[in-house]
Design a binder for this molecule. Sequence first.
Ligand code: ADP
Ligand code: ASP
Ligand code: MG
Length: 463
Amino acid sequence: MIICKFGGTSVADREAITRLIGIIRAARQAAIQPESPDWRGPVVVVSALGGATDRLLGVAAEAGAGDIEGATQHVRALCDRHIEVAGIITTPAERTKVEQFIRQEFAELERIVGALGVLREVSPRWLDAIASMGEILSSRIVGAALASHGLAAGWVDARKAIVTNSEFTSAAPLWDETTAAVHKTIDPVLIERKIAVVGGFVGATRDGVTTTLGRGGSDYSAAIIGSCLDASEIQIWTDVDGMLTADPRIVKHTHVVPQLSFDEASELAYFGAKVLHPATIQPAVAKNIPVRILNSKRPSDISGTLVTSSRPAGAGPLTAIASKKGVTVVDIASTRMLMAHGFLRRIFETFERFKTPVDVVTTSEVSVSVTIDDTRRVPEIMAALSEVADVTREDHMAILCAVGDGLQNDPAFVGRLLEAMEGVPVRMLSQAAARRNITLVIGEADLESSLRRVHDRFFGAHA
Ligand code: ADP
Ligand code: ASP
Ligand code: MG
């Protein structure tokens, strides 16, 4: 059985959902072929309609700032958009039912906005309650759309299927409970020979309070469900042809990477290749389930990217380059303490205490430098560390990360990489022990030109 996950652009409007229906029809036909090893599925995981999560979070921010009128206007516009998209449902009775559901949900959101606007405060718990509506609604629409186009489908409420801790806005699944809940909610649908449709991104605590898995988390939902159901493949349907050799928003002439290893995909996702949520790979690795990245706009033209445990034979040293902006470097300097016993432990404990993950670390004789993405608690971290060291921060930095399992066989690669940077100041450089990646920290302003130059150097300018 396969899991098919569709991102925001792949369910953005009626046209996109029409393509989704075509893709699922083909997947269902493949499942019921006499030679198919398994007649079940597929299980469809959907994101919110493209841009809806941003809109919902915008509404929450407006309400929190006391702008009830502005928030209400946006709620109504979102409601209209969902009703318009629900027009894809061709059976009138079913369409009316879904329209009613949409109107009820947005009426409830208007009430919430009114209350939060008075309190002028939006807690992470309320953010999740609001953001989750995008996937709850899109999955209802897609479920009914499939059914009305002759594909028997059953809607599964993600809040009943994914059980998480209560880390609102970035909740993690509780595996034992989730495995039981996924079987309890999805198995009956599959046994009825129906396609199960579930919203990504969303879960709930043991007590049933709604949570979300963090931005981009629908990929993670697909992987969690795939792992619980022992799926044979997890397909990530998106708006690009697969994992590309660099971010296509920055580099024009990228190539599709036809196959890569779980380890490579995980590094690329972690260091900015947004096409996969970084947590997606972990459940796939645990059960050795292949992940395929595919373009929902060109379902039959391309074979996409296949991510598996093994690296393809004959691959070159470099597989792709990831990049991300908005990185902060924290420098911790202490001539007195650096070499002292327990100093590094103290540094990392401080970051951990303030729940701030550290990405890249370099040390010198007198200082330790780390990079972080989430700067919310930096003032507290700096205050805590300043008891034992001089601490400074530098914002507007970027990471450029060359990834490839083959890098370890090419010790001269780092030299060629730096050569391609052509004199751009490198603030930090780190090469992992497994030597699957070489990470450079540079100024944000230098990122785009550096990425283009490095890509041209290793993948060719116009290939
Ligand atoms: P979805 O809504 O389908 O989950 P996302 O926007 O989360 O899609 O991810 C797809 C986007 O990731 C692409 O449109 C592309 O701009 C961006 N992206 C960044 N780096 C890469 C890369 N190396 N390969 C492919 N896409 C990338
Ligand atoms: N809709 C959520 C987001 O925009 C989750 C996802 O699309 O993966 O972050
Ligand atoms: Mg995504």
